[in-house]
Unconditional design. Sequence first.
Lengths: 504, 247
Amino acid sequence: MRWKDIWVIAGKVYEELMFQGYFASRLTGLSPTDKVASRSVRNAKLYKYFMSALYGGMMLITVPLGSVDKAYLPATPITVFFWVYILVFISAFQISFSVSSSPHIRNFLSTLPLDYAEMQLVSALSILRAVDAPIAVSLAVPLLVGAFFGSAYALNFFISSISGISLALATDVMLSYGFRKVSIGSKASGLLRAGSIVPVVLLAGVAFDVPTFIVGHWKAYFSLVPVLDLYWINATSVVASVVYAVVFSSLAVYGFSRQAVYLLVPEEYVGKAFAGDLNIRPTGRTFAIIRLDLRQATRSRLASLLSIPLIYFALALVAATSTRSLISQYYLLFWGSYIIPATFASAMLAYALYASEERGLSTLITLPISKLQNMLSKCVVTMGTYGLVSLLMSALMVYDGKPSYALPVILMEFPLMASVAFAGYYFDKVFKGGGAGMASSATALFFALGVILIISVPSGIFLAVVYVSGNVVTASLALPLVSLVEMAPFIYALREDRNRYKYP
Amino acid sequence: MLQVSSLVVKYGEKVAVDHLSFTVRAGEIYGLLGPNGAGKSSTIKAILGLVPVEEGIVSIIGKRAPSKDLMNQVGVIFESPATFDVLTPLEFFEFIISVRGIRDTSRIKTLVEAFDLNGYMNTPIASLSMGNKQKVAIIAAMLHRPKLLLLDEPFNGLDVKSVRIFKELLKMHVEEGGSAIFSTHILDVAEKICTRVGIINQGKMVAEGTVEELRNQVKASSLEDVFLKATEEEEEVKSLVSALTGA
């Protein structure tokens, strides 16, 4: 077969993988309408360009910050490494689920006049097409910025990029391998999915922070990461960097070739066979919904959202220990900068839980579950997730001798509750009927904007009252009071029966 | 048991169900037949309130639908099994009976045994074959002994044994006074198990009655012939077949 034809087929397979990945992320299996399907394919295509532009832009902004103060300069290759890693990892991650579970790709390819070697080539190219633009940006932007610093930095940035790209692909391949090897419902699967987001969030947090730390702090910050600690501009570090780049690249190439083969091997089920008596344990209605939500949250890609608030806590802890004197000056603002994103991430979990219901929505809708019962369940899961983080943060504040600051941290549960009520209302309106709506990037974006507003209003009023009165405890009361007002119209709208269309 | 009066469903400008009326009595299996896109699935979804209804009234056991209170009286099997893929069948059934307030678990065991699902009870639903997913959906729909079953292509993916088991279950269901709407393309099955059938085309009822009555009305030998005549597809089929023969 001609190279051009193979390239075209690989493009179609790539689109299918992105489409499947998109569906895996929204966890639905309802047949989308033609319009929705074509839109999601188009979105999938645009996604990599959008991400490439976004992260390329972030590199253009953050990496030159090293030139503001010479002390920052040694940190810049690491910044490059982080951004490249995140961009390539996220882009490749989109199809990890699809690659690990797409037997129909093999079935499709086997109907075409391709021999096995050509099928492998199509398979490999289809995966590569998911990361072509991100890799191009990851190489071009650092070289461009490196040229600004001088040829030594251009070389070092280039090596950093290669390392970042390779390690990202290798990580992705390992995750894909893991997804393939563990069964969907197993605890290992849940842990793997929960953990899959950890490197991205951690590195994203670090990448934002790197230019803001002076080198002394920065060294302490990375003393636990010997690989990265070597990225200094001297002969030893360049040699070490090259060695790492070669090791990571070898891992990536080997893993990548294995991943391409995954698409071509028959599906194998690796779950446990069941033997023995059925141990059926009926529970109360509300608990049954909560248990369903917990299972959805821990066994799907949603699991990663559960871990984000905890990661924010970890980031806050690291930052708090490395810049202690600075924090005591801006105690409230420092913790606020971690608590608000943690609250936001917990609220997005509510969105994800509602979105995950799409798959079984037609069944769910035939069950005697009220909208408020359903919302209550989402509240338990999301508030429980944030609750754990708020307790940990509160404990730190008590340890710091500032127990009054723990009160607003705990009371942030109220804006979160209002966000969950908003999620219930939003899904009731947008996703009415079995499959009439579909979770998409756009619906997630609108929801996110709504949640930002819902969390910002009480938080803003709280900060304003602190500024005026200087009393954290009094100001904290604004959080529940304002949130309850925000929540009221959503609760009122949700008091009715489940999301069924009314007859005229 | 079920009364549908002048039901109208629209998707934008397209009229999917056009002033459709029919009644399903207790102890009756009502076959809802029609070509692809005739409005069968939309009718079932409209009864449940899953799609917007422009006009019409639906009553189930004398109560206006859709309503949460009626949901313990209705069991639904959709064309594509609507389950939660991350759950195992065991967990899915646990969820269903918990929400429906059923404490007696013996029916689950009986149905699981009947449909040969024992070996898959701890397997994530996502990993099941189409047929086994359909079995899970059937069991889930029948656990609470609903009075009315809404069945949209319920035999999708089922093996011969399971089809037989399901037919027997349906028979028992109507003998106990239950009723069912049975939407299908498999006319042979409809002919055998439906008490009455309604044939719809472009959202409108074009023929209704027992299979025998319809055969007599149009002087046809089988339900397939009745169907093609009622949907005005007979001539088109003849010309297409002759074109194929010529080719």
